[in-house]
Design a protein around this ligand. Structure first.
Ligand SMILES: *Cc1c(COP(=O)(O)O)cnc(C)c1O
Length: 234
């Protein structure tokens, strides 16, 4: 059925991104779509790439490693959007252009060390636990600016912005306050004028709430289900 292909779903997602951007006077080109591909096999990711996807986001290092190998002939940027264990930092710096989920100095130090070894400057986002839920990863909002200051001192790390994973995804109006809070934090960090810190990117918004995220300033949306269909439990 035409409405169920990756191509047609992707087109629908792109149209919705463009409409949301235009509705709030933003340039649709200023919003990057990262296809969130956990559990999606490489051949289906390839279909999305052939349909124009340029950014792919994975949650697990081992799973990503196999897919990156299978898709090495394709031109895409690989993003890491899952929880990163320190002992995987070595692999992560070799594999990913942007790591969205840095939330501790310990992890940043390890990434810095591993990036230095391969003469890379690793781009990262700081993941913020904007809702303060105990079970969520991410640095607490109040501690974020201090973490940014500490990580900014690391020579092989480039901070590019912030990421969050709010509660209640699929209930966009409930999520809106969290998106607003991340934007406010971004402005506060910008105002602090910390050397060696870029604060342009806001990675927020998933299948259930990306239009709201765009209204609140997202520059990167991470979308899986709306492109690939429902996932089986990982
Ligand atoms: C799975 C995942 C997404 C995409 O979620 P969908 O609801 O399938 O769009 C986005 N961000 C992160 C961190 C994820 O793990």
């Amino acid at each position: 059925m035409m409405t169920d292909t990756i191509e047609s779903r992707l087109k629908m997602v792109r149209d919705r991104i463009a409409n949301a951007a235009i509705a709030c006077n933003r340039d649709p080109e200023s919003i990057r779509l990262v296809a969130a591909t956990k559990t999606v096999p490489a051949d289906r990711i390839r279909v999305a790439i052939r349909a124009g996807i340029r950014d792919v986001g994975e949650n697990y290092v081992q799973e990503a490693r196999e897919k990156i190998e299978s898709l090495k002939d394709e031109e895409v940027s690989w993003h890491f959007i899952g929880r990163l264990q320190t002992n995987k930092a070595k692999y992560a710096v070799r594999m990913f252009d942007l790591i969205h989920s840095v939330d501790s100095l310990k992890l940043a130090n390890e990434l810095n060390k591993r990036a230095a070894k391969i003469e890379k400057v690793q781009k990262i986002l700081i993941q913020v636990n904007i809702s303060g839920e105990k079970t969520k990863s991410g640095i607490e909002t109040e501690r974020a600016i201090d973490l940014v200051r500490q990580i900014a001192a690391l020579g092989n790390i480039a901070i590019c912005g912030l990421m969050t994973l709010p509660p209640y995804f699929n209930a966009p109006e409930k999520v809106r306050p969290y998106f607003k809070s991340l934007k406010i934090l971004q402005e506060r960090i910008r105002d602090a004028d910390i050397p060696n810190v870029g604060m342009d990117e806001l990675s927020m918004g998933m299948s259930g709430d990306f239009e709201t995220a765009i209204e609140e300033g997202a520059t990167i949306v991470r979308i899986g289900t709306a492109i690939f269909g429902e996932r089986k439990i990982h």
